[in-house]
Design a protein. Structure first.
Length: 345
């Protein structure tokens, strides 16, 4: 075969050789499938599903039941700007000027030019500059040629403190505190003395006795003994006035009571006569220091009242003129006081 002048051809030796061979077909053996692995094809409408062969197919709507609404349409999807609702149209209102249309017109502004003052700021600044005092530099000293500077402010302060009047003296508040403490100690000392005297007078705490008892004095003991004896005399008179025959229950009770009372009074008289020192339990609940404080307070009140009376007497003596002297004409208070005294006489 000549190829001269041939521009295009489709002959191929290799394809001729391959096509000459007979086609070979291989038959594949089907794969072994068990009961579990064997699957069946289920057509669900939209897609095919492979399900195990041994699983029983479910009937429709067995899980959730029938649908209460229609299935969504795939063509009815959400579109752009479908959620925003258009606003309703607004009616334009025409505003009419009713209340402010008859107001008077504003007055015209009167622009006045500021008047020029005769104040001379240059002279004032010169006077102010002349009156200024130069700033005093802080005190310091230079102790070396290289200019080591030391501040002397603290030394000047120390000198001022030493030259002051109160330097080396006790502060006034400490003196006042000391006086206050001394007054408290004096008051405490007086209260202790009054308490000691009261305890000695009442016999409290003597001979190892407690503070709940006190010893009665001789005068109180004599009065108590006299009262018991008078009571014994009165009971004896009542006993002697009883009838000889006590034949009723009331008479017997009366006689028995009088005998018991006479015996009790006789025992009390013997007890008081045989013991010169008698201790009695205190009935008041106040402590001795409280009683002493009350006594001291009463003494101070009496002292203040005495001072006031002395001041009143002194004022009266100054107002009343001496014998032979006449009150001055301009002293109206002295004349009134004399008139009142003459009227009382």
């Amino acid at each position: 075969m000549s190829t001269i002048g041939v521009t295009f051809h489709t002959e191929d030796i290799h394809k001729i050789i391959k096509q000459s061979k007979p086609p070979t077909t291989t038959i594949k053996v089907p794969m072994y499938e068990t009961k579990i692995t064997k699957k069946r094809v289920v057509d669900s409408g939209t897609k095919t599903v492979h399900v195990n062969a041994h699983v029983k197919a479910k009937s429709g709507h067995q899980t959730f039941g029938l649908a209460h609404y229609e299935a969504p349409n795939c063509s009815n999807f959400l579109k752009k700007k479908t959620k925003t609702k258009p606003l309703p149209p607004v009616d334009k209102k025409e505003f009419v000027c009713t209340s402010n249309c008859n107001l008077p017109r504003l007055p015209k502004w009167k622009i006045e030019c500021p008047k020029r003052s005769d104040r001379n700021f240059v002279k004032e600044n010169i006077k102010w500059a002349d009156s200024l005092e130069p700033k005093i530099p802080p005190p310091r000293s230079v102790d070396s040629p290289r200019g080591t500077v030391k501040d002397l402010t603290h030394l000047i302060q120390m000198i001022k403190v030493r030259e002051s009047e109160n330097y080396g003296k006790v502060p006034a508040y400490l003196c006042e505190r000391k006086k206050r403490l001394q007054r408290y100690l004096d008051r405490k000392k007086k209260q202790d003395e009054i308490e000691r005297a009261y305890r000695e007078q009442m016999g409290i705490g003597v001979r190892g006795m407690s503070e709940n008892v006190y010893m009665i004095d001789e005068e109180t003991r004599a009065k108590l003994l006299q009262g018991l004896k008078e009571h014994w005399n009165e009971l004896s008179k009542q006993f002697l006035r009883l009838p000889v025959m006590c034949d009723t229950m009331t008479k017997i009770k009366r006689k028995t009571w009088l005998e018991n009372e006479i015996d009790r009074v006789e025992r009390d008289v013997k007890l008081i006569e045989g013991h010169p020192c008698i201790y009695v339990e205190r009935t008041d609940t106040k402590r001795t220091d409280e009683i002493a404080a009350e006594i001291l307070r009463q003494q101070e009140l009496e002292r203040k009242a005495e001072k006031e009376r002395e001041k009143e007497k002194k004022a009266e003596s100054e107002l009343v003129p001496e014998a032979g002297e006449e009150p001055k004409d301009n002293d109206q208070e002295v004349r009134n006081l004399n008139y009142e005294k003459e009227a009382e006489k």
